[in-house]
Write a protein that binds this ligand. Structure first.
Ligand code: AMP
Ligand code: MG
Length: 421
């Protein structure tokens, strides 16, 4: 990076702050969708329980329901088995003094009972259950509303619908939810050297990989990828080569159709890097260049009603800028309460040195070691064009701008790669 670039490029935090500010102004409207469609969407309003969960007091175990007052304080106690209560049954059954009922997990507690003794600790002789000293009054009963009470918020507005939240919403009986509309995103790759996998690659050509990594990351971001018209590759994204006219037309068309445009490549200072000029010509550039490595020549702007994120073409630069900058922006458009990337901390497993003033995103394997300590192992193959490091990684260690060296054992911040175990 030259002195001039260093002076104009934004820090990662400042770049993200500006993206979030603009994206918050572009909040998507809210729509109602079937619960099964809501996965990874962002709740548009608080989702409130219309009824208690659990809706009735029930047994947490298979066993015998009885009155706590009947439990023996020493020796054993014989109780008459008055009936059986299976999960799902509400037939008339009440437990009087000296009585009990067989009960299964999740079954409605019979009237009169307040305690369950597990099956394994009860001896049965004909119609009599024999309970021993040592049981606890009130044990193994799940009281009504112990989880959520009617009127309580199950998922707050701005929270993403995770699989666990889907279970909670279903459990309170809601079949539909109000979520932010999906931002419609056009993904366009540039580069005359690129060929789609499955086709013959001649000398000097390489396969298009960013179209695939970006589509995969977009699929986790709650957005809807839209077809790129005549340039569509059939794989969910358009490819434009390095033809300035085609890029101009595709940007204009995408700006008409969608809420955001994401491009890969052509945003640096090379002979065929037309994007900075075209975004300025067709719309407005908010900023160009971020003090990060990989990923410096990132550009953020807008054309018409669409926001434009131009990502550098080196495959790891594409991923790092998406995770650090674009993903948070798309989350903010969906009204996310916490659009920032989730961060962990870990102990560095080996020392690192850095010789530049940019924030470094270092490919690392993060594992809990034998002593239970979370450690980050920086991987070999850190070039921004090299996939090996990122293929083996499950996180990116974020090395701050001013840091030059970190010793083994120092604490670092790690941005997890979203779908890597
Ligand atoms: P650029 O940002 O266009 O200067 O590209 C930088 C590097 O990334 C070049 O080596 C390109 O060949 C490579 N590259 C650009 N786009 C892609 C892509 N879609 N898939 C794989 N590599 C790419
Ligand atoms: Mg290029």
């Amino acid at each position: 990076m030259s002195m001039k670039q260093a002076a104009t490029a934004l820090s990662v935090d400042e770049a993200r702050r500006r993206i979030l500010e603009t994206c918050l102004d572009r909040r998507m409207p809210i729509e109602q969708v079937a619960l099964e469609e809501a996965r990874l969407r962002v709740a548009g309003k608080d989702i409130v329980a219309p009824r208690d969960l659990p809706p009735f007091a029930n047994s947490a175990m298979d066993g015998f329901a009885l009155r706590g007052a009947d439990l023996p304080s020493d020796g054993t106690r014989r109780l008459r088995i008055a009936g059986t209560r299976l999960a799902g049954s509400a037939h008339e059954l009440s437990i009087g003094p000296g009585e009990c009922a067989r009960i299964t997990t999740g079954a409605l507690l019979p009237a009169g009972a307040d305690t369950v003794v597990i099956k394994e600790r009860v001896r049965v002789e004909g119609e009599t259950a024999i309970v021993q000293v040592g049981e606890t009054v009130g044990a193994h009963v799940r009281p009504a509303a112990e989880d959520f009470r009617a009127g309580e918020t199950v998922v707050q507005a701005g929270e993403r619908i995770t699989f666990a939240r889907m279970a909670a919403i279903a459990s309170v009986g809601l079949a539909t939810v109000e979520v932010s509309c999906r931002p419609r995103v056009t993904l366009l790759t540039t580069g005359d050297e690129l060929v789609m996998p499955g086709h013959t690659c001649s000398l000097a050509q390489i396969y298009n990989s960013n179209g695939y990594s970006l589509s995969a990351m977009l699929a986790m971001s709650g957005v809807r990828q839209i077809a790129a018209g005549a340039t569509d590759t059939g794989a969910g994204f358009g490819h434009l080569g390095d033809d300035v006219g085609r890029i101009r037309d595709a940007l204009s068309a995408a700006a008409e159709q969608g809420d955001a445009i994401i491009t890969s490549g052509g945003v640096s200072v090379g002979e065929a890097d037309y994007l900075p000029r075209l975004v300025g010509e067709l719309g407005r550039m908010h900023f160009w260049k971020v003090r990060m490595r990989p990923g410096m020549p990132f550009l953020f702007g807008e054309i018409g009603k669409a926001l434009v994120f131009c990502l550098p073409g080196n495959p790891v630069s594409t991923m790092a800028t998406f995770l650090a900058l674009v993903g948070p922006g798309l989350a903010a458009m969906q009204g996310s309460r916490n659009p920032l990337p989730r961060m962990h901390s870990a102990k560095l497993a080996s020392a690192i040195r850095k010789s530049h003033d940019r924030t470094e995103f270092l490919r690392a394997r993060v594992e809990v070691d034998d002593e239970g300590i979370c450690r980050a192992w920086p991987l070999a193959g850190q070039g921004s064009a090299m996939l090996r490091g990122v293929v083996e990684a499950n996180g990116l260690v974020v090395v701050p701008e001013s840091t030059r060296e970190l010793d083994s054992g120092e604490m670092v911040t790690v941005m997890p790669l979203p779908d890597c175990p």
